[in-house]
Design a protein around this ligand. Structure first.
Ligand SMILES: Nc1ncnc2c1ncn2[C@@H]1O[C@H](COP(=O)(O)OP(=O)(O)OP(=O)(O)O)[C@@H](O)[C@H]1O
Length: 640
């Protein structure tokens, strides 16, 4: 009857290794062929080494005996040659061994570099190919850590694996050579190795466990440190309380124990190994001596082979321990790769024609199943229209925009383009025809032209400049020393919030989209820049379908119709004047805005435009009332 294998049984271990191999095989990528080549080279190196060791032993014996000829016996090979010839052969073999050693060092290095590039490429491809919901829920800094630490450790694992493979093969080759020399020797080497493994087994297992724990805790620590950098500004403002310091310190303390034990055992195990190796060597020599059957030269070769094979045994152990340290990094990487791949971005295969109509049909959306944040939204907008979206905080405006951008799929209902479900259309076409300016747009490190072109080589310099003019940022660009070739970036303080927003508006306009969606386009602008953007929008609106999420009353000045979203429902969609008459929310926020304008001595934001040129950059200026006031009006709870 078939018995289930016991816990920790050989069968289970082998099965475990098979599963691990399947899991980690993907890390090898293009490195496989190099590892196969390495196997051949390692076997050659082992044979060379055995030949060299036998030769050294034979030469030493001949020199001791004062003989001018040397007898070398290696299996079926039985040579007798003058001393000088064998010296020359020895030097030749040593040189060949040096070349082989270079190969043994080069092949893993090359494989590891290839794995690094492959992994980074597939990580990037899978991350960019995964759905927005996965990207948006990614912990800050996690992807960067995967790309950096995790990929480097995974590629290091390839070098380590190659090291274990080479040492293992050379160990085996030496053993086979020892069998050829003398069965007795081979048995002694095997016995000595087994004894060493048995004696050091528990310590080695402990070391491997601690090495894994060290890596796990180091990963946790790295995640915590990502947050320290991210929250640096808040910590400056709120102060680093003892509790905060304690939470960071705790992370370091958790690394302490596995680190201490790993570092200690890391030194202790090889030391013990060497001492035990000497012990077994003496025991083995005694056994060879007692057997009485060995010639002097053979005995010398036996000793050398044993010493060498025990060194390889040590290398194998060290490589396995190092692999244990690296496995948690590979696990995280594998999980991330699988996670990205299992949530692909939705795509269609129908070419997308010019977008004349865009709308929603009974769209519901839930982040958490059963908890709809959008509830039955239906509307249609046409090219040449400007549509505003307003509503209290948490009403669902951003969720609605993300569906319009096809970043998220409706839970039910459909986003429709020219009356057709948008899901059927090709994503590439969609990206060309639908453009977006987020509330906090980001700049890449590169020239102004690079930032506007944004990796779309088909956009030429003329289009870049045209877009910049439309976004009313051309004159400022020309005032910079290098014009469009000025290098800018996310953290370049010379770029104001208003300039950044207009550069990103230029980026959105450069591709001549059919639909342009803006999330509060004037939030970071001073009044003069705001007026400039309003003019841009008025200028382009006849050519595109403009959709604006408005947190400020002034933004709505370009809108033909306004959608009022309250509690995930489309409460109304009409012209501003009609809404003022018929919609309580719209009327209330308008009145509050106007009252605030009177209280601060200014009129509505549009009327006050141009009266100040202060580069506020913080989104606050007279007469521009944030829609957050609408929370009070609607009674909705703020969520941010
Ligand atoms: N990633 C998310 N996971 C779970 N719930 C979310 C997520 N994003 C938003 N929500 C919830 O969905 C609802 C709508 O949020 P949304 O951001 O769309 O509102 P909003 O009108 O844009 O708000 P604001 O004006 O404050 O930006 C809120 O209740 C919010 O808590």
């Amino acid at each position: 009857m078939f018995r289930r294998p016991r816990r920790g049984s050989l069968f289970k271990k082998v099965r475990g290794y098979a599963v691990s191999w399947k899991q980690y095989r993907q890390f090898l990528g293009g490195a496989r062929s190099r590892l196969v080549l390495l196997t051949v080279v390692a076997v050659c190196a082992g044979l060379l080494e055995a030949a060299l060791l036998s030769l050294v032993a034979a030469l030493a014996t001949a020199l001791t005996e004062g003989s001018s000829r040397v007898d070398v016996q290696f299996g079926v090979i039985d040579l007798s040659a003058p001393l000088t010839v064998l010296f020359a052969v020895g030097i030749g073999l040593a040189l060949v061994r040096a070349v082989v050693a270079l190969g043994i060092a080069y092949l893993p290095a090359r494989a590891s570099a290839a794995v690094m590039v492959d992994l980074r490429r597939s990580l990037f491809d899978r991350f960019t190919g995964t759905s927005w919901s996965v990207q948006a829920s990614e912990r800050d800094g996690h992807f960067q850590t995967l790309m950096g630490t995790h990929v480097m450790n995974a590629s290091l694992a390839i070098t380590t694996l190659a090291q274990a493979l080479t040492a293992g093969l050379m160990f085996l080759t030496l053993l086979i050579s020892a069998v050829v020399l003398s069965v007795m020797t081979a048995l002694i080497v095997i016995g000595a190795s087994l004894l060493l493994f048995l004696l050091l087994g528990p310590l080695v297992r402990r070391l491997r466990r601690q090495a894994r724990a060290l890596s796990r805790e180091s990963i946790e620590h790295a995640k915590g440190m990502e947050e320290v950098v991210m929250m640096a500004e808040e910590i400056q403002v709120f102060g680093a309380s003892p509790e905060y310091k304690e939470s960071v310190d705790r992370l370091s303390r958790q690394v302490r124990k596995p680190m201490l034990l790993t570092r200690f055992l890391f030194r202790a195990v090889p030391g013990l190994y060497q001492s035990l190796a000497f012990l077994t060597l003496f025991l083995a020599l005694a056994a060879v001596y007692l057997s009485g059957a060995q010639a002097i030269a053979e005995l010398g070769a036996v000793v050398l082979i044993m010493v060498r094979s025990l060194t390889y045994g040590q290398t194998i152990q060290q490589a396995l321990r190092r692999l244990d340290e690296l496995v948690p990094f590979m696990n995280s990487l594998r999980k991330a790769l699988d996670h990205y791949q299992s949530h692909p971005r939705q795509d269609g295969d129908t070419p997308l024609p010019k977008i004349d109509r865009l709308g929603m049909r009974d769209v519901h959306y839930a982040y958490v199943p059963g908890e709809d944040v959008l509830k039955g939204i239906s509307f249609e907008a046409h090219g040449g229209e400007a549509i505003g979206i307003v509503g209290p905080s948490g009403a669902g405006k951003s969720s609605l925009v993300q569906i319009l951008l096809r970043l998220r799929q409706p839970t039910s209902g459909a986003l429709e383009v020219n009356g057709v479900d948008a899901r059927v259309f090709r994503r590439d076409d969609w990206q060309r025809r639908v453009s977006y300016v987020p509330q906090s747009p980001q700049l890449i490190w590169g020239t102004v032209a690079d930032n506007i072109r944004f990796y779309r080589p088909e956009i030429d310099d003329e289009q870049v400049e045209r877009a910049a003019r439309l976004a009313h940022v051309h004159d400022e660009i020309m005032s910079w020393s290098q014009g469009y070739q000025t290098v800018i970036g996310q953290r370049v303080s010379a770029i104001s919030g208003g300039q950044r927003q207009r550069l990103c508006l230029a980026r959105a306009l450069a591709g001549s989209p059919d639909v342009l969606i803006l999330d509060e386009p004037t939030s970071a602008l001073d009044v003069r820049s705001e007026l400039a953007v309003q003019e841009s929008l008025a200028q382009i609106k006849s050519d595109v379908l403009l959709i604006l999420v408005a947190h400020r009353l002034s933004t709505l000045s370009v809108c033909d119709r306004v959608m009022v979203v309250v509690d995930g429902r489309l409460q109304a969609m009409d012209e501003p004047a009609a809404l003022l008459e018929n919609n309580d929310f719209y009327r209330e926020v308008t009145e509050i805005t106007q009252r605030q304008g009177l209280a601060t001595g200014s009129t509505s934001s549009i009327a006050s435009l141009g009266s100040s040129s202060t580069e506020a950059g913080d989104g606050s200026h007279q007469g521009a009332a944030p829609w957050a006031l609408g929370r009070a009006a609607s009674g909705a709870e703020p969520h941010d």
